[in-house]
Design a protein around this ligand. Structure first.
Ligand code: HEM
Length: 227
């Protein structure tokens, strides 16, 4: 058994997953008030709007695509008439589209953090690692989509399902090209690092907004009439 392969594709992913769970729980129970996205909209709203919107739509669609495409085994897709070749084509073209959207968004956010004085001064080392880390994961992902052309449904996909179901098989990753390994490992690094950053906001999706009643704003004269 190749020890470096065992470390990279079994031990390291589980270290990051344990850090992810323990880190989030610890932060939530010991420092709940820091659990937010640390919005910078009040400091500088103008250059935020487009970048943050593109990035969020792109990354959420990308994460959804990864979950559906990698975690559902190919034999289930076959039942719906989507064979490995069709699955790969759908993944490549949809991944390219949403990946480019996320890529443009993250570049705009990094540019904003660097060029806007009020944003730059309030940016922490953790923010830089998060933004540059996200840019790295997205760039390697796009590189693989455009130049990789490697069939992942017999290798990376069953390997990641093995990680999730606690039956990891690192030998599946041996033939995988380096650029794919880099993409996977950098994503796991970011997962382990995320509890210590503003990324904790991901787990506080404001679902209550969908169902809550409207806030009522009344004009001043109307209030004065009531008095
Ligand atoms: C689950 C749904 C999500 C919601 C509702 C959400 C919401 C927000 C909000 C309100 C902000 C603050 C924007 C501002 O400065 O005013 C933000 C920033 C941010 N979000 Fe999310 N987010 C979500 C998912 C994600 C995901 C999946 C990622 C990445 C994997 C992510 C990464 C970031 C980053 C890096 C920032 C900081 C950008 C910057 O200020 O430079 N978010 N998000």
């Amino acid at each position: 058994m190749d020890l470096s392969n065992l470390f990279a594709f079994v031990i390291f992913p589980y270290i990051t997953l344990v850090t992810f769970v323990v880190g989030h729980s610890y932060r939530y129970f010991t420092d709940e008030l820091s659990w937010n996205s640390r919005s910078s909209q009040l400091l500088e709203p103008k250059s935020l709007k487009i970048g943050i919107t593109l990035f969020h739509w792109g990354i959420l669609a990308t994460l959804g695509g990864h979950a559906v495409g990698l975690l559902i085994p190919q034999r289930i897709w076959d039942l719906f008439g989507i064979d490995g070749e069709a699955h790969t084509q759908i993944a490549v073209w949809s991944g390219l589209l949403v990946g480019i959207v996320a890529f443009i968004g993250i570049l705009m956010l990094i540019h904003r953090r660097y060029t806007q004085p009020r944003i730059r001064i309030t940016t922490t080392v953790g923010d830089w690692i998060t933004l540059i880390g996200l840019a790295f994961v997205i760039t390697t992902g796009l590189y693989n989509v455009i130049f990789g052309h490697y069939y992942i449904l017999d290798t990376v996909a069953p390997w990641i399902r093995g990680i999730v179901t606690l039956t990891p098989d690192p030998t599946l990753m041996i033939p995988v090209p380096f650029s794919y390994k880099l993409h996977v490992l950098s994503a796991f690094f970011l997962l382990g690092f995320s509890p210590f950053t503003r990324l904790v906001h991901i787990w506080s999706v404001p679902l209550g907004y969908i169902n809550r009643s409207y806030l009522l704003f009344r004009r001043r004269p109307a209030i004065e009439e009531q008095i």
